[in-house]
Design a protein around this ligand. Structure first.
Ligand code: FE2
Length: 194
């Protein structure tokens, strides 16, 4: 079991982690870690806004459980930084920043109800797919670099992201049917039954 500072240094110096500090791939691994660390932390701030705006209980539940997972994923990334002997730090992720901007504009554009719920799902699934790509890459880098402990942690998160995406696809089925019933009145969406 790892103990704080001391073991962080030791782990980075382990012979089997010999590739760690000298490889160019390590530089890219660190950069990608900083990027996803920023993205996850940004998501912990924006998911509560989505929960507030979601009306469907199924969507609310899916977002609430993914918020808890996301907080845990932030902690997992901090452990990955520890395994490579670095303090956790973030760098603004332009891609996630753009996806979050899109999500906020979708919330603004549609009236609360099925349409806004469908917009939230569309936005969160884009973010999930970005994360799935990021964690897939990070896991592969960690494997190549021989950071076995990090591979396990990144794999756990990757599984959670895939499951969250599948859950949202499931929730979307009924929401999309409801949203399809919303008629466009003079360029503004309004519910046909309300
Ligand atoms: Fe995540």
């Amino acid at each position: 079991m790892m103990t704080p500072r001391q073991s962080k240094k030791q782990l980075a110096e382990k012979p089997e982690n010999g590739l760690l500090q000298t490889s160019q791939l390590m530089k890219l691994f660190k950069a990608e870690l900083k990027d996803i660390y920023w993205a996850e932390k940004a998501l912990t701030k924006v998911i509560p806004k989505m929960i507030k705006n979601a009306t469907c209980q199924g969507l609310n539940d899916a977002l609430t459980s993914h918020l808890a997972e996301t907080t845990n994923q932030v902690t997992r990334l901090e452990k990955v930084f520890e395994y490579i002997g670095k303090d956790a730090s973030s760098k603004k992720c332009d891609a996630m920043n753009g996806l979050i901007k899109e999500a906020k504009s979708k919330i603004k554009s549609y009236k609360k109800g099925a349409m806004r719920d469908a917009g939230i799902i569309a936005a969160v699934q884009k973010a999930e797919h970005f994360e799935i790509a990021s964690y897939g890459t990070l896991r592969q880098f960690a494997k190549t670099l021989g950071v076995t402990e990090a591979v396990k942690l990144l794999e756990e998160t990757l599984k959670e992201e895939k499951a969250a995406d599948a859950k949202l696809s499931e929730v979307a089925q009924s929401i999309n049917v409801e949203a399809a019933e919303v008629k466009i009145v003079s360029g503004v969406s309004s519910s046909s039954n309300g």
